[in-house]
Ligand binder design. Structure first.
Ligand code: FAD
Length: 506
């Protein structure tokens, strides 16, 4: 007969209080708030946090809501602004841009997939861009924002949005939230990690001499992976051959224009720069490859691309793209930068923290820990990383730029076999190869492929059985309605001011 576990986890120790550590503390604190399980989080003010990671995707907001956090309060506390997607500039060719929106495109016509209908219309000579059928892309282009549920009965009702936020303020907010749930924060520097005779982690020893013993440990200590790597030597799968960028130069600037409701990712000589507008300032960075660009060149490129006065000095962050070979190893789970790193081109890292935690909760262990669960867990997290990796490589390998050694390299570099297969399949008739619980839905693939000039050789022949005039009228009327309702929405700046103005920073 089924019984409760005889050996439940009684104490979890989280090492690290960056975004990953506090998301873990808030999520687990919320689940165990009425139980005897204790959660301690140790962080070191002296070491600090990475302090970047400011663009998110819609599932992050869903995670925040699932904790019962008030969206307006969270936005105000984190100086957040809204995001409909990402504008990619100069990726295919210098001077060209495209938009990658959240949400979906158009609507099916007589049961035919919308994208196939659009392909057919293009083949017939129609030149209406795909993004003219995306609510999010149209709203972004016009700098407008509203809450989709306020536009029920319109094509905007299902629009999806995310937030740009100040990561230091996110940590602060979630810390207060988690502490209110009973999570115990300990300030201190972990100096040593002790293991049991069997090799599990037993306790972490702080510089003060204090020992934190736990049944289960969550390593959120950043790139170095204090527990998962330095102690358990889980290994790292390096994907630099597919994603060659290995450094980021970052700087914050004052806002000189109203924040647009999207992230900007501009391809540069040896990588790409981001611009993330918040209510109180803008976050900027240059992700580049040191084989093609020195730090000084990166600073020059970044500073010549930013818009307002500098608020911080440029700071370099080295990274290695890839994933820990065992994300969950023994009684330790790695989250955030300790788990792996994929460049922030599609703003996926914070989402991966929440998604990994959700999976961990679904497979929550007891002290016996079943290896079959751990293996399946690691397989699924690896699949999440591989999916995102492939999607990121798609942005690079389809470039037609040949104006710098970096872009010439990207155009001919090796790509993962899984991505090769997806591109080849898409090229036939615009088909996709979906996996399980994938993040990037068809809109994402269509947006990036179209933006990068990757079109299928033909549309699905069943479209020829559909009356083209009818198809054309349907596409046109859908687009007209979209234009009208988009124009009725407030500007992003006006919406922020009216709905969730953040306090002016001191
Ligand atoms: P950190 O912020 O580094 O925190 C590590 C914590 O561990 C700190 O609290 C530190 O004090 C503590 N610690 C370390 N050693 C010890 C010790 N010995 N004793 C005690 N405490 C210790 N993600 C997105 O979703 N969107 C983005 O736009 C985005 N942009 C990014 C841009 C760059 C350049 C980089 C590098 C990352 C970006 N990310 C982005 C990723 C995002 O920043 C991270 O996923 C997120 O901040 C989580 O970081 P973390 O908590 O794992 O690590």
């Amino acid at each position: 007969m089924m019984q409760p576990t005889q050996d439940p986890i009684k104490k979890i120790v989280i090492v690290g209080g960056g975004t990953a550590g506090w998301i873990a503390a808030a999520t687990l604190g919320n689940i165990f708030k009425q139980s005897a399980l204790t959660i301690e989080l140790v962080e070191s003010d002296e070491i600090g946090i990475i302090g970047v990671g400011e663009a998110t995707i819609p599932p992050f907001l869903a995670s925040i809501r699932s904790l019962g956090i008030d969206e307006v309060e969270f936005i105000q506390a984190t100086q957040a602004s809204f995001k409909w997607g990402i504008k990619f500039e100069d990726w295919r060719q210098l001077g060209e841009s495209y938009f990658h929106p959240f949400g979906s495109l158009g609507r099916p016509i007589d049961g035919h997939d919308f994208y196939q209908c659009w392909l057919k219309s293009q083949a017939e000579g129609d030149q209406t861009p795909l993004m003219a059928h995306s609510p999010e892309a149209m709203l972004a282009e016009q700098g407008r924002f509203f809450l989709p549920f306020n536009a029920m009965q319109t094509p905007l009702a299902k629009a999806q949005y995310a937030l740009h936020l100040d990561s230091a303020l996110v940590g602060k907010y979630l810390r207060k939230f988690a502490e209110n749930l009973g999570v115990i924060r300990i300030e201190g520097k972990v100096e040593r990690v002790e293991t049991t005779a069997s090799g599990d982690i037993d306790r972490v020893i702080l510089a003060s001499g204090q020992a934190l013993q736990g049944d289960f440990f969550i390593d959120c200590s950043g790139f170095k992976g204090l527990l998962i790597e330095q102690t358990l030597q889980s290994g790292y799968e390096d994907w630099s051959e597919y994603l060659p960028c290995n450094r980021a130069m970052t700087v914050q600037t004052d806002n000189v224009v109203a924040p647009p409701p999207y992230t900007v990712a501009t391809a540069r000589d040896a990588g790409w720069t981001w611009r993330i507008p918040l209510q109180h300032r803008t976050g900027n960075g240059y992700v580049f490859c040191d084989k093609f660009c020195s730090d000084q060149q990166a600073i020059d490129t970044l500073l010549s691309s930013v818009q307002g006065p500098l608020l911080t000095e440029p700071r370099v962050i080295p990274f290695v793209t890839g994933i820990r070979k065992k994300v969950w190893n023994r009684n330790c789970l790695a989250l955030g930068l300790a788990q792996g790193f994929l460049e922030p081109l599609e703003s996926t890292a914070i989402h991966l923290v929440s998604k990994t935690l959700a999976l961990f909760v679904r497979m929550f262990p007891d002290n016996k820990r079943d290896q079959i669960q751990i293996d399946e867990f690691n397989r699924r997290v690896l699949a999440d990383y591989q999916e995102i990796r492939d999607f990121l490589v798609l942005h690079y390998c389809t470039t037609q730029r040949s104006d710098s050694p970096f872009w010439r390299y990207c155009a001919t570099m090796p790509i993962p076999a899984s991505l090769r297969q997806k591109i080849d399949f898409f090229t036939v008739g615009g088909g996709l190869i979906p996996g399980v619980e994938e993040l990037f839905q068809p809109t994402s693939w269509y947006a990036v492929c179209t933006g990068m000039g990757l079109l299928p050789r033909r549309y699905n022949p069943t479209l020829d059985a559909l009356n083209y005039h009818k198809l054309q009228l349907s596409l046109q009327s859908g687009q007209q309605v979209l234009i009208q309702v988009v124009q009725q929405q407030p500007t992003h700046a006006a919406f922020l001011q009216q709905y969730c103005p953040a306090p002016k920073p001191n």
